[in-house]
Ligand binder design. Sequence first.
Ligand code: HEC
Length: 255
Amino acid sequence: MIFRIRLRAGALLLVVCGIGAALSAGDPPSPPSLAAVVPAEDMIAQVRTFETSMKGMLADEKTYQDEAHKLAREAHALAAVGLALGLYDSEHELKAAAPALVESARKLAAAKDYAAAQAAFAEVDAALAGKAKNEAAPTTKPEKVASMGQLMKQVTFVNNRLKRGLRRLGDKTDEKARDTALLAAIAQAITYDTHEVKHDEQRDQWYRFCGEMRDAAGQLNAQIKAADKQGAERAAKRLGQSCEACHQVFRPEQK
Ligand code: HEC
């Protein structure tokens, strides 16, 4: 009996220490229920859109040379979506493929010539077909997977398209769902890239801005589907405020 009580106390102590370690200052917060932010299907649809677009840009060497910048930008964004898909709390068709998807997208983002890009894209395809496993990292690690500058370029492109599209709310709903899912994925991905945080005490602020961008993108996704014009405008405004708030603190020279 006493033995059992001691065991319990020991277990309790372990649990308490575990919580303490998990919540130590400076660690990124655990992702929220991502399924409640954006349906995984929208992120998966975005992955498929990238796959098709990349295939076109790799059709022949001339096209690749012309499109190499765009291909790299999309590859960085694909790595971010792969990471987010791996962090989903719910099951979905790319959950098991996510680590290999992230790894192959990163290779594609780093490819310097046509041959390397083709080889990396073949790995992306294999990952999406469920044929590749990342043996070194079978589960998704929350870590930096893409260049911040490249992700921000993609964010700008998608955010501008969304802003224009709000004027015709019922139009191209699938594209808007993918765009907002992509913004939420990128916001989640940059949570783990704190290289712009120069002072430790600002780390939690960084996490908060990323969370605000992610959640506002999720709200915009939901409002667009509900065809709620005012709600969508409110969410878009909140999204814009999250960009500005973060830039003000972490990119002050650009104001
Ligand atoms: C959590 C912080 C954060 C949030 C949120 C954020 N950004 Fe950024 N943004 C940055 C940082 C840091 C840079 C500088 C990146 C670099 O150049 O490496 C940047 C750079 C940029 C750039 C310049 C990219 C270039 O060409 O170099 C644009 C444009 C941009 N962000 C747009 C946006 C938009 C639009 C949003 C919101 C939808 C947004 N950002 C949200 C931190 C953030």
